[in-house]
Design a binder for this molecule. Structure first.
Ligand SMILES: Cc1ncc(C[n+]2csc(CCOP(=O)(O)OP(=O)(O)O)c2C)c(N)n1
Length: 568
């Protein structure tokens, strides 16, 4: 006999069927039946956040770290709208999360009921699927469908909106005939390669054989497809130097002799010059986003571009491609490995080395970002995951941290969401409970979601927090310095006493003002159980160099303080 359950209970059962173990959320009127049912399903652990935005980022961090579906829950109206930034962040960076929102009862919809909002209309552009359930009979199939969509192909967020009366409606619960993938990792659809695709791979191999100055540019798609080994073998077989985009970082070992570094707006001079000199670019699992290409009119003017991506809509979207190959990155690179002849690129690599520049960043005092990043690596080895926020510190960590292990650099790349690091790091901890997880933020971004320290304390989530405190919204201040005549409009930012803040939450906190303090304090913060916090008091007007001005081509970097500007 099929069981009669409430919509809320059915929702819990479907989540369990799908292997969900963890929910991040915040209750309220329209989602109360779901929260009423939840204690009946202890296998679903719920973590109460302090702001729904954090629930979405935490679900996202969890999904990025372990490849499983992240789940967040909110009530209607303000609860649901608070999720939107997190959904947009996950959408831009292809992270599979399911948002469940309560909605006002069906008879009230369209009447400006208390806490009614059109969350479907608001989230359609930032999700792969956003659906309001109209009857309990469609609840289970729609949730299963939403989860399948979040996971399949290029992953991304989905939302299911459940009116309160649907959560209370009773129906027969029919378990899925065949569970669609309990707790399984997200993996790209691995259809066998078609003859057409094989033909394109053959063409790509010929272009690689003929190129004098080839480059591999790899992005997040390599990490999503777990194609690290295949990519490394391809690079080693051909000797082609590898450039990693911001979201591609840690997909190829930093210490590998073929790793050139990050391209684009804050890419190193030799990386961008290599792109401008290259005669072939093999783009793998990246979007050729504008922060990577600079002005596309001047991007890689001598290069033919081969673009491999799971998402057909990416091919030719931002840059013209000579060969576009749509398919699972791992499968395509594996096939390409068999098609390319071994070769080397010694002369080309020597030419790129000659482009290298001495770093010209200067820091008053000795507490440089490089020293901080090195101290964190010294304390954690390759065992940690580093989650960064958005701004100057994000660029410094991306460029300086010696990532040695795949998928250990997690950041908001596409949307550039300040406030991401602290809650996303909570998700990473839940996915990787045995490793240190560091959330590195600026003093601005930290203050956007620092309320989540309470969540960490209540739920025992040991995030190690590092705040780069320069007293400014640093990256915006840098733009004001370079492009707005140093008019620091709304960028000086006051901070509380972070050591006292830590104490108020009952966690250990330290302030570091000199490099000499780094080894001991970073090691203690890393080793102290539970959440810990360090404020790094850094040079106020330090800049990230080099920088390609917005709208300029990769050939036009600013490498040092603009002439005539007083030195910082
Ligand atoms: C939610 C959000 N608001 C505004 C911005 C624009 N923005 C980009 S970087 C930045 C400054 C970041 O300052 P801080 O967090 O102190 O980090 P820093 O650059 O100093 O390392 C701002 C305001 C953003 N990316 N995200």
């Amino acid at each position: 006999m099929p069981e009669q359950l409430s919509g809320a209970q059915i929702l819990c059962r479907v989540l369990l069927e799908e292997g969900v173990e963890l929910l991040w959320g915040y209750p309220g009127g329209a989602i109360m039946p779901f929260y009423h049912a939840l204690p009946e399903y202890p296998a679903l652990r719920h973590i109460l956040v302090r702001h729904e935005q954090a629930a979405a980022h935490a679900a996202d961090g969890y999904a990025r770290a372990c490849g499983r579906l992240g789940v967040c829950v909110a009530t209607s109206g303000p609860g649901a709208t608070n999720l939107v930034t997190g959904l947009a962040t996950a959408h831009m960076d292809s992270s599979p999360i399911l948002a469940i929102t309560g909605q006002v009862p069906r008879p009230m919809i369209g009447r400006d009921a208390f806490q009614e909002t059109d969350i479907i209309g608001m989230t359609l552009p930032v999700t792969k699927y956003s659906h309001q359930v109209q009857d309990v009979s469609e609840l289970a199939p729609r949730v299963r469908e939403a989860i399948a969509i979040a996971r399949e192909g290029r992953p991304g967020p989905v939302l299911v909106d459940v009116p309160k009366d649907v959560q209370n409606q009773k129906a027969e619960y029919v378990p899925a005939a065949k569970v669609s993938g309990a707790g399984r990792q997200v993996s790209a659809t691995t259809r066998p390669l078609t003859p057409d695709t094989r033909h394109l791979i053959e063409q790509a191999a010929q272009l690689i054989a003929a190129a004098q100055r080839p480059l591999i540019m790899m992005g997040h798609g390599v990490i999503l497809a777990s194609a690290y080994d295949e990519l490394r073998q391809l690079a080693e077989r051909t000797g082609i130097p590898v450039i990693t985009t911001l979201l591609g970082i840690s997909g190829f070992p930093e210490s590998h002799p073929l790793n050139l570094g990050m391209p684009g707006m804050h890419g190193e001079v030799h990386v961008n010059r290599a792109i401008q000199r290259a005669d072939l670019i093999l783009g793998i699992g990246l979007r050729f986003d504008d922060r990577v290409t600079g002005n596309t009119a001047g991007f890689a003017p001598h290069a033919k571009i081969i673009h491999i991506d799971l998402d057909a809509s990416e091919i030719g979207k931002n840059v013209p491609t000579a060969v576009g190959i749509v398919g699972d990155v791992k499968a395509v690179v594996t096939e390409l490995l068999g098609a390319v002849a071994p070769r080397g690129c010694d002369a080309w690599r020597a030419e790129i080395s000659s482009f290298a520049r001495q770093r010209r960043e200067t820091f008053r005092g000795d507490l440089s970002p490089e020293r901080i990043v090195t101290a964190i690596h010294d304390a954690t080895g390759d065992h940690s995951t580093i989650v960064t926020d958005v701004g100057q510190h994000q660029m410094w960590v991306a460029k300086l941290y010696p990532y040695g292990r795949p998928n250990t650099h997690i950041t908001s790349g596409g949307l550039g969401t300040m406030g991401f690091a602290v809650p996303a790091a909570m998700g990473v901890v839940m996915a990787r409970p045995d490793e240190p997880v560091w959330a590195i933020s600026g003093d601005g971004g930290f203050q956007i979601n620092m309320q989540e320290i309470a969540t960490m304390v209540q739920e025992r989530i040991p995030v190690k927090m590092g705040i780069f405190n320069n007293g400014y919204l640093g990256m915006v201040r840098q733009w004001q310095q370079f492009f707005h005549g140093r008019r620091y409009s709304a960028t000086p930012i006051w901070s509380p006493d972070y050591v006292k803040l830590a104490a108020a939450y009952g966690i250990a906190g330290w302030r570091v003002e000199e490099a000499g303090q780094l080894p001991e304090i970073v090691a203690r913060a890393n080793a102290t159980p539970g959440p810990t916090l360090i404020e790094f008091v850094i040079e106020q007007e330090a800049n990230v160099y080099p920088m390609i001005p917005p709208g300029a081509s990769l050939s036009e970097p600013i490498e040092a303080e603009p002439a005539g500007a007083p030195s910082a």
